[in-house]
Unconditional design. Structure first.
Length: 123
């Protein structure tokens, strides 16, 4: 991995979403890892090295909000982007209050995720 390559971890229970987002972000030169659920993220060996986390809101076990709380409790301060469908005004308010960098609606169109990941990682 070249020096300075930003590490992104995607957490989504939908394999097709994980695979497509990993592919798209890797094309942009990011070091991308995926997890199928919150518990897998919490056990991920590179969690502390992540520059950005992309987290689905609805997953079995820990949802995106519960996962954020667990991560904060462990001292993980990487910027987090919440992804879901649909995005409601209530969900947007909750995500702002919880400290997510952004909440993005699936399907992710027009490089919206890439723009937010670059903003989160300073790349």
């Amino acid at each position: 991995m070249p020096a300075g390559k930003r590490k992104v971890i995607i957490v989504d229970d939908d394999k097709a979403v994980r695979d497509s987002l990993r592919f798209a972000l890797r094309l942009e030169g990011l070091d991308v890892h995926t997890c199928p659920d919150g518990e897998s993220l919490l056990a991920h060996p590179d969690l502390g090295k992540a520059d950005c986390l992309v987290v689905d809101v609805r997953m079995p076990g820990l949802d995106g909000f519960a996962l954020r709380q667990k991560l904060l409790g462990r001292g993980v301060r990487a910027p987090m982007i919440l992804i879901t469908a649909p995005v409601t005004s209530d969900l947007r308010r909750r995500s702002d209050a919880a400290g997510f960098l952004a909440v993005l609606e699936k399907p992710l169109l027009d490089n919206v995720l890439l723009r937010h990941v670059h903003a989160a990682t300073g790349s």
